[in-house]
Design a protein around this ligand. Structure first.
Ligand code: GLV
Length: 314
């Protein structure tokens, strides 16, 4: 039996199926650091890793036993896929199954920031609410506003569709290649143009090509009434520049599901009332997480049969 390491506890039916086909170890104790990842690559035939595990280039040095990293998650910026390929390790991911759940978190953040849901919730819980008031916690209308999507991939399109069909919003988007979509949306040529929308939602992949794409200049192109949402990867945004813009009131608010150094969230950001801060919940529904686990395992099963995993990325 091939040895499979699952680096975090995932849905029980997926682990049960894995145990029928592999000699399975479920790692306890959180994310693998580089040393643990390097050791796992020497001890296991297959690994089912996830976000936070450190599979950067140096861990692929030397003689490896492992032939596949069947990643749990669509984003795999914690894995150096080119170094893996050079070491003979296939990498796969879990696209599509998490698109709707992640887009829903985008809308959760748009609405929560615009309607000041975080502040309101804190007010009620603290006992500070004094009753209905015509001018209490006035927010920003969402229906009919414009939304700018940065990165019109699967998740970007799912956010845009919700904004257009659900909220009658005008959709503009910035994407590195021309993209035709089947709903009304206008592709713009520059990042600055998309940043000028009422709501800006970042849905690009992470990685070297997009690191700090949203810098002080890009944020400077937002309107003072603008609301910024990031559901992609923390590294895509210059977090210090974002905090600065929020503190100065250069933008109205931000909704964040991801951070530059997860799980560290800067104290200055946590101190800001005009932010809604979620702990990387994009794909966190029971249904989606089970589907992700199943897809990751299916890729490993395909590899173990000598087939090309359907969601191979390298
Ligand atoms: C989660 O962020 C994922 O990439 O699946």
């Amino acid at each position: 039996m091939k040895k499979l390491l699952i680096t975090r506890e995932i849905a029980a039916p997926v682990i049960a199926q894995a145990r029928e086909m592999f000699d399975v170890t479920v790692h306890e104790g959180g994310a693998l650091d580089g040393a643990a990842a390097a050791q796992a690559l020497r001890e296991y035939d297959a690994i089912l890793p996830t976000l936070g595990d450190d599979f950067s280039a140096p861990v692929f040095d030397g003689n490896l036993r492992c032939g596949i990293l069947g990643n749990f998650g669509v984003g795999y910026n914690h894995i150096d896929a080119a170094a893996a390929r050079a070491a003979g390790v296939t990498v796969s991911n879990t696209p599509d199954v998490l698109t709707d759940a992640t887009a829903d978190i985008g809308l959760t953040l748009i609405l929560a920031v615009a309607r000041r849901a975080g502040e309101g919730e804190r007010m009620v819980r603290s006992g500070a609410w004094g009753g209905f008031g015509p001018k209490n916690l006035l927010g920003t209308h969402v229906t009919g506003k414009s939304v700018g999507i940065v990165g019109m991939g699967r998740i970007g399109q799912a956010v845009a569709r919700r904004c257009h069909y659900g909220f009658g919003m005008e959709v503009v988007f910035f994407n590195r290649s021309p993209k035709a979509v089947d709903f009304p949306a206008r592709q713009v040529a520059t990042l600055a143009e998309v940043m000028g929308a009422d709501f800006v939602v970042v849905t690009t992949p992470g990685g070297a090509e997009t690191t700090k794409l949203i810098d002080a200049d890009a944020l400077g192109a937002m309107k003072p009434s603008g609301i910024f949402v990031n559901i992609s990867r923390g590294e895509v945004v210059d977090e210090a520049a974002l905090v600065d813009a929020l503190e100065r009131g250069a933008i109205t608010g931000a909704g964040l599901d991801v951070y530059e150094n997860e799980p560290q969230v800067p104290a200055r950001l946590r101190a800001l009332d005009n932010c809604v801060l979620l702990p990387h919940l994009g794909s966190a529904t029971a249904e989606t997480r089970q589907a992700m686990g199943q897809m990751a395992l299916d890729n490993i099963i395909a590899w173990s049969r000598g087939e090309t995993p359907p969601q191979a990325v390298n």
